[in-house]
Design a protein around this ligand. Structure first.
Ligand SMILES: [Zn+2]
Length: 379
């Protein structure tokens, strides 16, 4: 999981609305609502993953549970040892699905989990073995006030909220990138800003919008690939900046020591008190995400998605040839982990292979705009 990497998994949610358009257990579909760039959108989603008896059938999901959140606690004051106390409630997919009901949120979740897995499978030629991650084949949907504690296993929604599907794109992105790191051996060496930035590129690309977090992240912790996140990272991208943003998003609740947001804030503030200046990997990753997003605006989704995915698969190979392209400063110690210049060099090499170099000038310009000193790379 994401322990040890300052991964304050901020995933928060909101509400939607649905209607069962057809109750005869054939050609079923419902409408779901979610926020996209401030606008409440409605999308009709097919319910082809629900069988005649009302059971969810998917090769990616074995079983589902639903519950209402009672409280949270952190064992031994460890932010990575979250305990969620909740009361289970039954699901019945044989009846009409009411907007914002347990079945509504579950259907929204299952539909999007399958959608994201298939997106990654297509982009990475099925090299990411999602089904090897057995523990994520049982998922839980919980209604509660801590959507920022969502994980790829427990999806937490605020009652009646309309969360952006970027929630699911982000969470399944974690599973994909854990596998890219551990299963395929790409040497990010943890949730670095490079790891997170590449992950979140696919979040915004699949969402076709630069915003991550509408109606599920704390308002002041939203991420937006249209913003300029410069390199080196600005102080506000620190862990302290993140915790400040959380507190500022809940000015009333943060005053109450019994509130869930206070518990979350407090446990993290204490655990990371000696590391508050370190980069928060989720927002820090936007340095990479925003750069790639601007490249996508010029090259288009299909070309950029393919370029980024093919580059990722060969990142170790590019890193291993650093001595041929990287002008290290005197006494500079190079680390055995993927750095921005491995990614930059890799993107350009892949663009030559895949796109006849159409993207080279665009890649150079956008890395420069972010603040990377691209002259250290010999092309
Ligand atoms: Zn995350």
């Amino acid at each position: 999981m994401s322990t040890n990497y300052f991964n304050l998994t901020l995933i928060l949610f909101a509400s939607f609305t649905f209607f069962l358009t057809n109750c005869d257990n054939k050609s079923k579909a419902i409408d779901v609502n979610y926020l996209k760039e401030g606008v409440l959108c409605t999308e009709t989603i097919p319910l082809d993953f629900i069988d005649e008896s009302g059971k969810i059938v998917s090769k990616y999901i074995d079983s589902v549970k639903f519950s209402y959140l009672d409280s949270i606690a952190f064992t031994d004051n460890n932010p990575d040892r979250l305990k969620v106390y909740s009361t289970p409630a039954p699901l019945d997919f044989t009846k009409k699905i009411e907007p914002y009901s347990p079945e509504y949120y579950m259907a929204y979740t299952v539909f999007n989990i399958i959608k994201v897995i298939e997106y990654y499978n297509g982009l990475f030629d099925n090299k990411i073995d999602f089904n090897s991650q057995e523990e994520y084949k049982t998922i839980e949907v919980t209604i509660g006030d801590t959507p920022y504690l969502t994980s790829p296993k427990v999806y937490i929604f605020e009652a009646n909220s309309n969360p952006s599907p970027s929630l699911f794109f982000h969470e399944i992105g974690h599973r994909a990138f854990w596998y890219i790191e551990e299963g395929l051996g790409i040497k990010f060496k943890g949730l670095s800003y490079i790891h997170m930035g590449l992950l979140e590129y696919f979040t915004v690309s699949l969402n076709n919008s630069p915003l991550v977090g509408e109606d599920f992240l704390p308002e002041k912790g939203m991420r937006n690939a249209d913003w300029v996140y410069g390199y080196p990272p600005h102080d506000s991208l620190s862990l302290k900046g993140l915790l400040d943003a959380i507190a500022a998003s809940y000015p009333q609740k943060i005053q109450n020591p019994n509130s869930n947001v206070f518990k979350f804030y407090d446990v993290n503030m204490n655990a990371y008190k000696d590391y508050l200046d370190e980069i928060d990997n989720h927002r820090g990753g936007m340095i990479i995400t925003s750069t790639l997003w601007r490249i996508r605006e010029q090259l288009g989704q299909e070309m950029t998605d393919g370029l980024v995915a093919r580059t990722i698969l060969d990142l170790n190979k590019f890193m291993d040839t650093r001595s041929e392209f990287y002008n290290a400063a005197e006494n500079e110690k190079l680390r055995d982990k993927i750095e921005w210049y491995d990614l930059y060099y890799g993107l350009i090499q892949k663009d030559k292979d895949l796109n006849e170099g159409k993207g080279i000038e665009i890649i150079k310009n956008e890395f420069t705009r972010t603040g990377f000193l691209i002259n250290v790379v010999k092309l």
